[in-house]
Design a binder for this molecule. Structure first.
Ligand code: GDP
Ligand code: MG
Length: 170
């Protein structure tokens, strides 16, 4: 039997400048661009993940510009199979915001998988991974330490989310 083909919408969540766009860019194009581009609206990138038993086209929705969890429209989340919630190791405030981001997302789509990415792991940290783990356990989320700059764990973050989304879809 040919592998099943899934189309999965993935949302990027998290405060401005945590590295959402850089993570998508690293994953889809395997590149890092140091320029900070601010724009409006949403960008959707596509990447195909081949698993032994299934093929998944990830439609990755990235909020452009400085949307906050208060100003973001529910339409951004609708139909999503999962999300990557990103905080930034250099700013503790970005971890605190994740509770609102994740509950906003789950308020629209229900109990879909969310993986928390503690990004900028290449820079000096202003809090520890244990702080991220403590928060994540209250939300039932997995945690990965990533760097869009070096590429560390970026591929595995998307992999991990994809396999969780397919579990839910079974
Ligand atoms: P977004 O607003 O969440 O989409 O954040 P961006 O992807 O635009 O990144 C904001 C800034 O952080 C940019 O200057 C990026 O170059 C930088 N940045 C993003 N990810 C990393 C990372 O993993 N390490 C380092 N050192 N800088 C990063
Ligand atoms: Mg961005």
């Amino acid at each position: 039997m040919p592998p099943r083909n899934y189309i999965l919408k993935v949302c990027l969540l998290g405060d401005g400048a945590v590295g959402k766009t850089s993570l998508v860019h690293r994953y889809v194009y395997d590149a890092f661009d140091d320029k900070y581009i601010m724009s409006f609206g949403t960008k959707v990138s596509k990447k195909t993940v081949e698993l032994p038993e299934a093929k998944a086209d990830l439609m990755i929705w990235d909020i452009l510009g400085q949307k906050t969890y208060e100003t973001l429209h529910g339409a951004y989340y609708r139909g999503a199979a999962g999300a990557l919630a990103v905080c930034d190791f250099t700013r503790p405030q970005t971890l605190e915001s994740l509770a609102s981001w994740v509950s906003g997302f789950r308020g629209v789509v229900g109990e879909k998988p969310v993986v928390i990415l503690a990004n900028k792991s290449d820079l000096p940290k202003s809090y520890g991974v244990e702080d991220v783990l403590a928060f994540a356990s209250t939300m039932g989320c997995e945690v990965m330490e990533t760097s869009a700059k070096t590429g560390a764990n970026v591929e595995s973050a998307f992999w991990s989310l994809t396999s969780k989304m397919l579990e839910v879809g079974k």
